[in-house]
Write a protein that binds this ligand. Structure first.
Ligand code: LUZ
Ligand code: MOS
Length: 762
């Protein structure tokens, strides 16, 4: 079944926040963000802005009717700055005007006097002066300190990954419409309607039952709208509450890029020990997470980095420590993978370093250390591992040694073009790491005309979750999918939702839909049994007809519904699902936090132009653990998108903040993302079909985040191509591997290691 939104998407008829018809009397908001990254506010000058045409009101922290606080995990983030500013772009005032243009023109007239304070943009500097968001955490397995003596080879190093702009096509925004008796209806481009509802409730002072957050779909989220839609919704709701007028704010791209957080940059130290058979014996790693100026989701992101610090390998002795470091950047936030990719990059860097020093292919070390079923993760969970199955199927299907030979022969006859490849096995835990969040609800109404309406807590953001929800209902009822409509996601219909995140949305909400539909079916079968005067166990429904003992009757779906209604049997159900058997003990850092893991292996092949430093991604060939896909078309789309997004993070996307904390890569002219010309020339995806995972919706494993991590292979493939040209290059593990960095590495001369290349070329 194709994505149910494809028709309206292609025709431009799909409704996003900015497509909602604006009600008469609507006013428009625009935020004034701090021009300075850190300082004390001495004076905020609003008079010139207030005198601008169309300006109705300018709100500051003094106008906040509830608590001036939108922090989720930790209450450390004001809605509007009070006495100090902590990052460039931090909202200080909110202008309300009659038009969008007037609001923004007035923002430009606001001036602010700030006494500057020391700006820290580097996480290690922040850690050194004790600026931590939460206390550090350490995961331990075995005893790495004593294990070094058992190692024949030890490598140490540093590995850095940079941030990443979400670049959802639809920018952040909200539209708040006051209702009678202080209610507020909010349209918000959010992955977390309840998160918005909570932030609005806290900052406005209204109870949650007064706030209906309604989401039809998003033009992309990628984690950027898990927490950071709250600010704009809370500002619009506050203004709507105070002025009793509808208020809309839809951010411009440059406002969005400057004011919102991104993927967390990390700087990490690693030490990896191997025995003479290249088995990894001990691994120590310290992560310095650049959290930005407020907690946002950083503690949870930090924890997922630890959960994924050994990727898909078994290492018997591990000590992994993570610091969440407070800097003066916009608060960094969820981004597809949620800290996992950052952790996985470091172990892959350590393996690459060992391979380069020992003169073997990294894949030899990777393969020897793949985790087996029953192996223990550093956090105590025992693996149900598909790592070997994915790796070996990759080798079988794509013939790794043949690719390697082709690359070697290409490289031997080409001076200025070099090819490289890398294998990238992945392993990603499915469930929110915060156990309590692994719950969802669904509300299913069957109407007497035979149509079905389904509401869940799932937010459609292009990932196709609504299509999957629809498939569940149509399948359980055994009715034509055209009869089912997935309604918008509303906090009035579904309460206390977890955000659509952690790759778990289809599993959690789909299971709730399944439970609700099964319950309605149970009642319908009882009605049929009574009407037909047969035993209920003999009744079944198939393709909209009632069967008794496998024999079709003259009762169809509609006739049965009308009978049920006449018998006053409920045709509605609200169901709850909570992932069973997951638990985690933070005091021990042990437990079973994930319902299951998703595995896969990718081969990434690249060609570097060694004169220019530019490169192309020739191919990405994948074996992916789908479980048993319930929608191969959607799942393949997710994998292709994830691969391209991961490659973008690892190669061309470069977030640049200057020392003063100002974003220099603040538009698409200075921040380069993969386009149609730079995507891999070939992407091949073969399924590893398994039937084991019953905690996945219809045994169809989660597919949202894991494929992004295949993109990490692009970094190591580029590295290998560069080393084919200049074997003496010392290349820091410092992603992204932009063309500039490739060029520097190609012509890098290592004075300690005067190779023949260096002698002839200098
Ligand atoms: N969000 C969250 C996530 O709140 N908890 C998680 O564990 C998570 N994992 C991935 C993506 N978003
Ligand atoms: Mo996400 S990073 O699953 O919002």
């Amino acid at each position: 079944m194709k994505n149910i939104d494809s028709r309206t998407h292609v025709r431009g008829e799909s409704v996003y926040l900015d497509d909602i018809p604006v009600i008469q009397g609507t006013l428009f908001g625009a935020a004034f963000g701090s021009p300075v990254a850190h300082g004390l506010i001495k004076n905020l000058n609003l008079a010139a802005a207030e005198a601008m045409p169309g300006v109705v009101r300018i709100l500051t922290y003094k106008d906040v009717t509830g608590e001036n606080q939108i922090g989720g995990i930790i209450p450390d983030e004001p809605l509007l700055a009070e006495h100090h500013v902590d990052y460039c772009g931090m909202p200080v005032a909110f202008v309300i005007a009659e038009t969008d243009d007037e609001a923004r023109a007035a923002v430009k007239r606001i001036t602010i006097d700030i006494e500057p304070l020391l700006v820290i943009t580097d996480p290690r500097e922040a850690q050194a002066v004790g600026q931590l968001i939460v206390p550090p955490r350490t995961f331990r397995l075995g005893d790495s300190a004593t294990a070094w003596t058992a190692c024949d080879y030890i490598v140490e190093g540093t590995a850095d990954t940079n941030g990443q702009e979400h670049l959802y096509i639809e920018t952040q925004g909200a539209y708040a419409i006051p209702q009678e008796n202080n209610g507020i209806k909010l349209y918000s481009s959010t992955q977390g309607p309840t998160a918005v509802q909570r932030a609005v409730s806290k900052s406005s002072g209204l109870p949650m039952h007064q706030i209906d957050v309604d989401v039809t779909r998003l033009g992309g989220g990628f984690g950027g709208k898990e927490d950071q839609a709250n600010m704009w919704a809370a500002l619009c709701a506050l203004a709507a509450h105070i002025l009793n007028k509808p208020i809309k704010y839809s951010l411009h791209r440059m406002e969005d890029m400057a004011m919102t957080g991104k993927r967390h940059p990390y700087s990490s130290d690693f030490k990896l020990g191997l025995d003479k058979d290249l088995k990894m014996v001990a691994y120590e790693v310290t992560f310095y997470q650049n959290a930005g100026a407020a907690a946002d989701l950083s503690p949870a992101v930090m924890e997922r980095t630890l959960f994924h610090c050994t990727n898909t390998y078994f290492i018997p002795n591990v000590t992994a420590t993570a610091y969440s470091c407070r800097t003066h950047l916009p608060p960094n936030t969820a981004f597809r993978g949620f800290g996992g990719p950052q952790g996985m990059f470091v172990i892959e860097a350590a393996i690459a370093k060992a391979a380069e020093e020992l003169g073997v292919h990294a894949s030899v070390i990777q393969e020897k250390n793949l985790q087996q079923t029953g192996d223990e993760f550093p956090f105590g969970q025992k693996a149900q591992s598909e790592a070997h199955a994915c790796w070996h199927k990759t080798d079988e299907l794509y013939a790794v040694s043949e690719i390697r030979q082709k690359i070697a022969s290409f490289n031997s006859v080409n001076q200025l073009y070099k090819k490289g490849m890398a294998l990238m096995p992945i392993c990603f835990g499915i469930s929110f790491t915060n156990t309590r969040m692994n719950q969802a609800r669904a509300l299913v109404h069957v109407y007497t005309d035979g149509s079905v309406g389904v509401s869940t807590g799932a937010v459609e953001m292009g990932q196709g979750v609504n299509t999957k929800m629809l498939q569940v209902a149509a399948h359980i009822f055994s009715i034509d999918s055209k009869r089912v409509k997935i309604q918008s996601t509303s906090t009035y219909r579904i309460a206390n939702t977890s955000p659509s995140a952690a790759s778990a949305t289809a599993d959690l909400n789909g299971k709730a839909v399944e439970i609700a539909c099964i319950e309605i079916m149970r009642r319908l079968k009882a009605v049929a049994a009574e009407e037909l005067n047969v035993d209920v166990t003999s009744v079944s429904l198939k393709d909209e007809w009632v069967y008794v003992n496998g024999q079709q009757t003259d009762w169809d779906w509609n006739r049965l519904l009308i009978a049920a209604y006449a018998q006053r049997v409920s045709l509605s159900e609200h169901a709850h699902y909570a992932t069973p058997d997951i638990h985690y003990d933070k005091s021990l850092e042990k437990g079973h936090p994930f319902a299951y893991h998703v595995y896969g292996t990718a081969i990434v092949e690249v060609t570097v132009d060694c004169l220019r430093g530019t490169y192309e991604i020739d191919a990405v060939k994948v074996v992916h653990d789908f479980g048993s896909s319930m929608n191969p078309l959607i799942d393949r789309g997710q994998i292709e998108g994830g691969i391209v997004q991961g490659i973008g993070w690892m190669t061309m996307e470069e977030v640049v903040f200057d020392k003063a904390g100002r974003l220099r890569s603040n538009a698409l002219s200075t921040y380069k993302v993969p386009d149609i010309y730079s995507v891999p020339k070939e992407i091949t995806i073969e399924p590893l079909q398994t039937e084991t995972e019953n905690l996945a919706l219809f045994r169809s494993k989660a597919v949202g985040e894991p494929p992004l991590m295949y993109g990490i292979g692009a970094y190591f493939a580029l590295r290998n191509a560069v080393l084919a040209f200049n074997p003496s290059a010392t290349i820091p593990f410092d992603a992204p591997m932009t063309p500039e960095k490739v060029l520097l590495a190609l012509y890098h001369v290592n004075p300690a290691q005067t190779s023949s290349y260096a002698q002839t070329q200098t």
